[in-house]
Design a protein around this ligand. Sequence first.
Ligand SMILES: *Cc1c(COP(=O)(O)O)cnc(C)c1O
Length: 581
Amino acid sequence: MEEKNEIAQWQKVLKDKVQPGFMTPWQDETKEEEFKAIVRETLCSINFLKGDMGNKRCFLGEGKCSIKNENDIIKVKNEANMPEKSNYIKDVMNEASHYLNGMFNLMHPQVMFNVVPPAAIPSIMGNLMGAMLNPNLVEQEYSGNVAALEIEVSSMISKLIGYDPIKSAGHFTFGGTGAYLFATKLALTKCLQKESRFKGIREDAQILVSKVGHYAVKNCSDWTGLGMKNVRAININEDNSMDINHLEQVMEQCYQEGKQIAMIVVTMGTTDAFGVDNIKEIQQACNRFMMKHDLKRRPFIYADAVIGWAWSMFNSYDFSSNPMEFSKDTLEAIKECKEKIKYLNLADAVGIDFHKTGFTSYNCSMICIKDAEDLKILTRDKDEMAYLYQFSAYTPGEYTLECSRGGSYALAAWCNLKYFGLEGYRAILGNLIEAEKALRKVIGKEPSMVCANERDHGFVTLFRIYPKKLSDASISEDFAKEQYMKEFEDESHAEELRKYNDYQFKVAQELQRMLFEENGPALSFTSKFRLTPYGEPIAAIKAYPMSPYMGCCEKEFKENIIKYILEAAENVDKAYSDRIF
Ligand SMILES: *Cc1c(COP(=O)(O)O)cnc(C)c1O
């Protein structure tokens, strides 16, 4: 008894509350069972948020949103409270699960709002393993053999896209934006020399990217100090790929202005429409440009393939015997895309998001660099980092932006690649393209709807819907198609384009309401997936199937998706009957 009194309060807290909050250093069956119980209960409270089998509700739990406006945010801030006493883990986990109410259930086939995948179980377990044991890929010493695993993933990807894995290098980073930033830094340093890392960027080097390239180019030019004005946007073709003639004109302009081109970004799968640039032609254009002006250095070509990389799973697919037995349309769609993706190896670096088309959770992205020698120019001196790199053969922290870089990214990606293999990924992608084909067929049969990215063949479908009333004024069966063509091509219809852009938004907004109140599908809206040839933004509603539980039955699409869209449009027509539409 007396001895007990000698235990200070802090020791008691440490023993009773703090230590139980950690995994044990030794094998311990009781502790292990406790941990499993926590996992089991957490799983239970998460599962509780899903609907029963076949339920159309595609968000978790209740559709209540706690931060609808500024005041709600202030309320959350005021009520935020760090507890004085420690709690039970199970209670904390249960409380945390409430915050998932109203979130899209990404596994659900009716969730089609963007290129946001559900995470597959192997990647979840990879993440969990990383979270439990906490490897840091700053260097080998801090990550055990997870360092080898990262090298393995980058080699698997190198082989997949056609790089030589011995010459190439790759590392995981915090997102497609992180990969883009690394490529920008590398391209700028190669262009402006190593000195620029010390003296700063004092020259207007240029970055060229298509008009529908991702806005990450703005972040990267801004954050590297290059300045956003040094980005030049290249026109696009009807299929949303880069217009090579315009590219050549702009390169020439840069030359005439005496400005060096640091980087050309080729987008392999644009975010909204899935436009795929033609790397091969872009590289040829670069070669012509260099020949013409007798230049020594080719602009760095970065492939922003964060979405499109996964199509390289089909590089080795036998399209003539089609062993996966895809439908004709799907097979053609995949093949068309593969014909461009197979030239990924012409890029100097490639950005890859496993958290998009690799089916892991956020964040999980990688940059692959064709020639590892390129990295030398970014490597810091070892004595600038005196506490690191004493004992490791693998030291990516010498050139990455990150110091700490968790091993979970690499573990998650590795587990998925090993689990699915080419076969599994082909089935995931093939199914989603089958779904896209079916959805477009159904849209094609609706006179009031028109597909706006017909030439692109990813999973994503952009479409516009027009008020029924408009059909009275048209003699065409396909009045929506006719109307959209006019708006797209003919500037004299710009006013209508703008008006019906607004209409798309209103329908999308109504769909948002129906999603929560009537178990409608989760679709989304883009205010500008591209410009018309005369320079006006085109808005569209976006259907981006991502779930492996996605079906491709036309009847179901009609029932579960189209019906809601038509109804949403009708509701908008009624609500604005006195107005312009
Ligand atoms: C999503 C996306 C990015 C940005 O990637 P993050 O992982 O979100 O940082 C860049 N480029 C394209 C084409 C994208 O679709």
